[in-house]
Design a protein around this ligand. Structure first.
Ligand SMILES: Nc1ncnc2c1ncn2[C@@H]1O[C@H](COP(=O)(O)OP(=O)(O)OP(=O)(O)O)[C@@H](O)[C@H]1O
Length: 620
């Protein structure tokens, strides 16, 4: 059979593939004429298998996020398996055919070579080598329409952890697909480097590069105090042309790299090692060593860039904010409800030199006027009835040195505006009922959905405070005006999906792009959550969307004024009923939903649609 496939046109010439076909025929005794069942594990079984990969799956990892994004944009599906070839996470392209998912590219499906025959995942894991399996190179004829590129993923201690794979329809040539293999290999190297740094957190780490210093070094060496090799990454093994790490462990670094630990320690970060240079030139490499701190230095994504997404206007504002953030310039964020004002404020804080200090929020619209004062300024022991016996630290003092985010500043009562202005000028706060002021280092970021200049003109907002808090104004556009809506929808869908990311049907995407989103990103998130919960299939169809998006129920906000008065009255009544019932049940969603006779999901949707805000923000 193998002889037939090799044929005159050399269809299977790649020695890795030939080796795999031999194993399939001779060792596993598979028959290429038969479809091979791909078993699927239950969710409970899968949970245990995911554990070794939790470090990569339970938190955003920049290298994986980048690959997910590139794969999405290029129409590939991305799979992550454990070392046994069981898919533990799958991220599917919104446009790719659901056929890919039907072929077993979903969490729980098993892809070992012994079961499925030659395939990217199984063969990569069988050999521990990266591989592209293209079209007819698959052993199972059912997989011939596809092409996949897979790289093995190694843990910090060098053991095989699993594999990363990107797959798509086979088109063009195998050479094109091999470009994708480079991308997958790079990601696997970066993930391994991350795990390696964590695993060897107490060792001296040395980055080796053939091209001089690189931004994200992946060829890493861990040394013990005596300068012996404790571990090395697969990227370094490749660079040194070694296949096995076992024989190198314990070896003095001078033997491996031709440079002892003292010169390495003495070499300034990023300076080339003079001894190594001679040695490496003999290998036709121009190395650069740098001792790097043995801590996790992987750069987190830029928080402002994350918040701006791909909208050109927001990216411009992010660039301006970055320049201002540590210059003591006050920033006012304006935008409709749910446009991400708090997200932006947090991004500002996280981009600032104060990022390790507290970020404290106060929503001036969400708490009764009478409480804002004590919340903000705190109070001394026994200062009024109902006060805590020991007094309470106010939000201003709690945020000292960090950032105080004052949301809905337009709702701050006039008397408190005066006091706030004084604290900003004098940098000291006097708690309610106390005489002595306490010094604070107050930095505020304010936000509002109102037009503050209008409030100033009406005498409801102090003009001097307005200028004091708004040296730089950031205007967040409503979702319907963001130019990166499509990308944002896809990103949120991928973030909210637990594992497999279903695709959006063309009609659904059009509806989401055309909808007016009165509740902006907050509403979009709850609509996507709803759709994900409703859709069991690989594709989200119009039937999985809530009525507010599909039905005539709620007209787009731009047409709001044109809505018939009866509908507007009904909306108002519903809003009031919701508010009353929520308050009656202390914003406990389960109880409120029960009292209203609706599901929790519907209640959440209605809360979002009406833009209702719980006093403690938790009930949103
Ligand atoms: N750029 C973004 N990317 C992803 N999610 C976002 C982004 N901006 C906002 N969100 C999400 O949208 C929701 C609303 O965001 P946020 O609370 O920051 O809005 P807001 O404008 O402060 O709302 P409000 O005026 O009602 O307080 C949150 O769930 C947040 O996580």
């Amino acid at each position: 059979m193998l002889g037939e496939r090799l044929g005159p046109d050399n269809r299977i010439a790649d020695p890795q593939i030939v080796g795999s076909w031999r194993r399939c025929l001779e060792q596993y005794r598979l028959d290429p004429g038969h479809a091979h069942p791909r078993p699927r594990l239950s969710a409970a079984e899968l949970k245990a298998l995911r554990e070794p990969l939790d470090e990569l799956l339970n938190q955003p990892v920049p290298a994986l996020t980048r690959l997910r994004r590139s794969a999405f944009e290029a129409g590939y599906n991305l799979l992550l398996t454990d070392a046994q070839g069981v898919v533990v996470a799958s991220y599917q392209d919104a446009d790719a055919s659901p056929e890919l998912a039907r072929k077993g590219m979903a969490p729980g499906s098993v892809w070992t070579e012994a079961l499925v025959g030659t395939n990217g995942l199984g063969t990569c894991l069988a050999t521990g080598q990266p591989i592209t399996v293209y079209a007819g190179e698959h052993f199972d004829a059912g997989l011939h329409p596809f092409s996949c590129s897979t790289a093995p993923l190694f843990a910090g201690d060098g053991s095989l952890l699993g594999a990363i794979d990107i797959s798509t329809y086979a088109q063009g040539s195998k050479v094109r697909q091999q470009l994708a293999l480079g991308l997958v290999q790079q990601t696997a190297d970066e993930l391994e480097a991350l795990l390696f740094r964590r695993h060897h957190a107490d060792a001296l780490l040395v980055a080796v590069s053939a091209r001089g210093p690189v931004a994200e070094p992946t060829a890493l060496l861990a040394l013990d105090e005596g300068g012996r090799v404790r571990g090395l990454t697969t990227a370094l093994l490749r660079l040194l042309s070694f296949h096995q790490r076992g024989s190198l462990l314990g070896m003095p670094v001078s033997e491996l790299l031709g440079v002892g630990i003292e010169p390495l320690l003495a070499s300034r970060p990023e300076s080339p090692c003079p001894l190594g240079l001679c040695h490496w030139q003999a290998w036709r490499l121009a190395p650069a060593f740098r001792a790097i701190p043995a801590v996790n230095t992987s750069r987190e994504p830029d928080p402002l860039a994350q918040a701006a997404g791909e909208d050109p206007g927001l990216l411009r504002q992010a660039a301006i904010c970055r320049r201002m953030v540590d210059k003591g310039i006050s920033i006012l964020i304006q935008g409709e409800t749910g446009t991400g004002k708090e997200v932006w404020a947090r991004a500002l804080h996280n981009s600032s030199a104060r990022r390790d200090k507290p970020f404290v929020t106060l929503n001036c619209a969400a708490i009764p006027e009478s409480l804002i004062e004590s919340e903000l300024f705190g109070y001394g022991a026994g200062s009024f009835t109902g006060a805590l016996r020991g007094g309470k630290v106010g939000k201003i003092a709690a945020s000292s040195g960090g950032t105080l985010f004052l949301d809905e500043i337009g709702d701050m009562p006039l008397a408190l505006q005066t006091r706030l202005l004084r604290v900003l000028a004098e940098q000291e706060v006097t708690p309610v009922g106390e005489l002595r002021p306490v010094p604070v280092e107050l930095n505020v970021i304010c936000a509002t959905h109102r037009e503050l200049t209008g409030l100033v003109a009406e005498g409801r907002f102090r003009e001097d405070l307005y200028y004091r808090i708004s040296a730089l104004k950031v205007a967040l556009p409503p979702l319907r005006e963001r130019q990166d809506r499509r990308a944002l929808i896809r990103r949120l869908l991928a973030e909210l999906a637990d594992g497999t990311v279903p695709s959006l049907g063309a009609e659904v995407e059009q509806r989401l792009l055309g909808y007016a989103w009165p509740g902006n990103i907050r509403q979009l998130k709850s609509v996507l959550q709803y759709a994900l919960a409703m859709a069991d299939e690989e594709t989200i169809g119009p039937e999985h969307l809530p009525d507010e998006v599909t039905g005539p129920g709620l007209a787009p906000s731009r047409e709001e004024e044109a809505r018939p008065p009866l509908a507007a009255v009904r909306e108002q009544q519903e809003r009031q009923l919701l508010l009353d019932t929520l308050e009656q049940h202390q914003w406990i969603i389960t109880r409120t939903a029960e009292a209203l006779g609706i599901s929790r999901a519907t209640l959440h949707r209605k809360i979002n649609r009406h833009g209702l805000v719980s006093p403690n923000k938790g009930g949103r």
